[in-house]
Design a protein around this ligand. Structure first.
Ligand code: GLA
Length: 709
């Protein structure tokens, strides 16, 4: 039995008859009347010597018991070691639109397997296992596998660290397994759950590309294996510690949803799939993204109400719409050594409570937001002193700390209730419309009270707490932060409006971090702040023009002590914010575009990075062109703009975000800058437009608008 799912430019053909469906084809759209039997014959592998007599299908949950010798989709056993290699038979199958659900059982192992495959903007895979037996089943792993064609010969993966997330790496996909395992207990800075494979040399606009993402905020893995028989597959799912999930009779485990995007022409289209998916979520912002000011790098722990009020005055005068009070407002939290976990307003820092500051902010016409870190506590806190056992730690060992903190065991119902009530009280008693939810420590020795690894249950508890708070406070927006970009994934996007991209507000590093993250996250969800002239995490100094142009393309914020800014800087900032407001509906609804830049460091254009947004009707576009470092040629190549409407005529203008420096940092402009230029979409794709000469660490904006008829 074969089935064809088709959506826009993608087709998936499934073969049934095994424990889970087998993806026979996943790629460019096939004709609606494609002869599936002929396709099946065309792709038949034949039968070589050395194989088992029956087929060894690479199904969505590959089964060792059917002769599959790669990594099975399900690993586990009963306590006595039996049921370790189950073989499922399909019992039921339903199809609604492009969604196929199958139900299979193994009556020997006493397990059942459910599988859902749904093709829309991306391919969504969900698998679930149920223990139908009478003894516990020790689950080691349940993770779907996606076969990829052999011409997907190159991998794109990401590494990174705190304050430098999402650094891209290319690899040739050779024999064996390329894998990434994350045990941080959060999505991680260095191992994001995202892998792309494509035809060698694939770029933003060229090559076939397949991308796989695990929508999960705890431990996870992905692997890309090229089998000896030539088949290739990517597998991705939750990484479980030993004994972390034990299914009692009748219990089930649902693996994190795997999202897989395909593009016949480069990675831009892969992003559009992920972005459309994010934009369809209930958390997708319904109103214009409020420009915010976050107090962290402005004041750190030095909370002083009159000074914060003065900062709010300056923020409001610049056009800021949301004032976010970061860490340091509660309990004894005068540094990161104490008070974390005690969610009541500090009587020392705020003798009259938060109300005077909030009222002041509201009177200025801004909304008020607040920082919390609900999953954590300092050992020096009322919470840990009163409940030393409410910590996710392994008894018998001293509990390791990270940033002087321990993890609160939210799998313990009493601890969950305590933290939930405190947050609920905070949101009920104050006029708060935005919460920055932080998480600043890895899970190490994170055992729940039963002594078993607790990350899986803790991750679900965090999801539940966020969900329940959202239900009680439906107008409050949430941001996910984990020491910057340590918890960014599509499961989080279904619970928060915004992610904090990185603790680095260094525009140069941000250019690259945002560039990579835009694969997965649409710009309106991506926090991007204009920091102070000297970046706090790198010590580098950048012009306001470069800082502003870089932050312009996300959910704009300010993280700079405006009381220390000059009058001139503040008036420039006011203009930047004003311009952002005029462009934000385009920036936050259009199709995000990245332009290819030559990989080789000797290429003159290697140091030029261009990104932007095309309106979905292709009537308007805004492009940022950044020079990251000096280039070996005086001029960069003309920027070619594929993907616009070829027939449309566009007026082009170079935009100045910061007035005083007429064309941003450009030191020489081509003729068109002064006279304007009108070009068709076809021309822009073919010969492009010459950018100005730019200093290193600078950026300019190109604006394109359809000529009115
Ligand atoms: C983390 C966050 C920062 C800030 C601090 C506060 O590092 O990433 O943005 O909120 O915590 O302690």
């Amino acid at each position: 039995m074969l089935e064809h799912l088709a959506h826009q430019r993608t087709s998936v053909v499934l073969a049934h008859g095994f424990g889970a469906p087998r993806i026979l084809y996943w790629g460019s759209r096939l004709p609606d009347d494609v002869d599936l039997a002929a396709l099946c014959n065309a792709l038949d592998r034949g039968h070589s010597h050395g194989r088992m007599d029956d087929e060894d299908p690479l199904s969505v949950v590959p089964e060792h018991a059917r002769g599959f010798l790669g990594r099975p989709g399900l690993l586990g056993s009963r306590i006595d070691g039996t049921a370790w290699a189950p073989r499922f038979d399909e019992r039921e199958r339903t199809r609604v639109g492009n969604r196929i659900s199958t139900f299979a059982t193994d009556e020997v192992a006493d397990l059942s397997l459910q599988c859902t495959i749904d093709l829309s903007d991306v391919l969504t895979l969900t698998v679930e296992i149920v223990n139908d037996g009478t003894t516990p089943y020790l689950l080691q792993m349940l993770a779907p596998a996606l076969p990829l064609p052999r011409h997907a010969g190159e991998l794109l993966t990401f590494t990174g660290r705190w304050a430098l997330e999402m650094q891209p790496r290319r690899h040739t996909w050779t024999e064996g397994v390329h894998t990434s395992e994350n045990r941080a207990g959060r999505t991680s800075h260095d191992r994001p759950p995202l892998i792309l494979a494509g035809t060698p040399g694939f770029g933003e606009w060229r090559g076939e590309v397949w991308a796989v993402h695990v929508a999960w905020s705890g431990n996870h893995f992905w692997s890309a294996e090229a089998l000896a028989d030539g088949r290739r597959y990517v597998q991705a799912g939750e990484l479980l510690h030993p004994g972390e999930v034990i299914l009692q009779p009748g219990e089930r485990y649902t693996a994190p949803t795997v999202l897989a995007a395909y593009s016949p022409s480069g990675t831009n289209e892969v992003s559009w799939g992920f972005h459309r998916l994010a934009r369809a979520l209930p958390t997708s912002p319904k109103r214009p993204r409020r420009v915010l000011l976050n107090t962290w790098e402005a004041v750190y722990f030095d909370h002083d109400t009159p000074r914060l009020m003065a900062l709010a005055d300056q923020a409001a005068a610049c056009g800021v719409e949301l004032f976010v009070l970061d860490d340091g407002w509660f309990s004894s939290r005068r540094s990161d050594h104490s008070g974390l976990g005690d969610w009541h307003v500090s009587p020392d820092a705020y003798p009259a409570g938060l109300a005077p500051l909030i009222d002041h902010v509201r009177t200025l016409g801004m909304d008020f937001g607040i920082w919390v870190e609900p999953e954590m506590a300092n050992p020096d806190s009322e919470l840990v002193r009163a409940h030393p056992d409410w910590v996710l730690a392994t008894s018998g060992y001293s509990s390791p700390t990270g940033r002087n903190q321990v993890v609160v065991d939210l799998t313990n119902p009493a601890a969950f209730r305590h933290v939930f009530d405190a947050l609920n009280r905070l949101l009920s008693q104050h006029d708060i419309s935005f919460v920055k939810w932080d998480m600043n420590r890895n899970h190490v020795q994170a055992s729940a009270t039963d002594g078993r690894a607790g990350t899986h249950r803790q991750t679900l508890a965090v999801y539940r707490m966020l969900h329940e708070l959202r239900v009680l406070h439906p107008t409050v927006e949430f941001e996910s932060c984990a020491s910057g970009g340590g918890r960014i994934d599509h499961a989080m996007l279904s619970l928060v409006e915004r992610v904090w991209t990185s603790d680095s507000n260094d525009a140069l590093d941000r250019q690259c971090i945002q560039h990579s993250l835009s694969l997965l996250v649409p710009p309106e969800r991506m926090g991007a702040h204009i920091g102070s002239p000297r970046a706090h995490t790198t010590g580098r100094q950048h012009s306001l023009s470069f800082r502003a142009t870089t932050a312009f393309f996300g959910h704009l914020g300010i993280e700079w002590n405006l009381l220390e800014a000059t009058e001139d800087e503040r008036s420039q900032l006011r203009r930047v914010i004003e311009l952002h407001k005029t462009f934000r509906s385009l920036l936050h609804s259009g199709d995000w575009i990245r332009f290819d830049r030559p990989d080789h460091p000797d290429h003159p254009d290697h140091t030029v990075l261009a990104v932007g947004v095309y309106s979905t009707d292709r009537g308007e576009a805004l492009i940022s062109l950044a020079r990251l470092a000096s280039g070996v040629a005086t001029e960069s190549s003309p920027l070619r703009l594929p993907g616009l409407d070829p027939e449309t005529q566009y007026d082009l203008a170079l935009l100045q975000l910061v007035e005083q420096n007429a064309f941003g940092p450009a030191v020489a402009q081509p003729g068109w800058v002064h006279t304007g230029v009108r070009l068709s979409g076809a021309q822009l794709a073919l010969h492009g437009i010459q950018p100005p000469i730019m200093w290193p660490e600078s950026a300019v904006l190109l604006h394109l608008r359809r000529v009115a008829l």
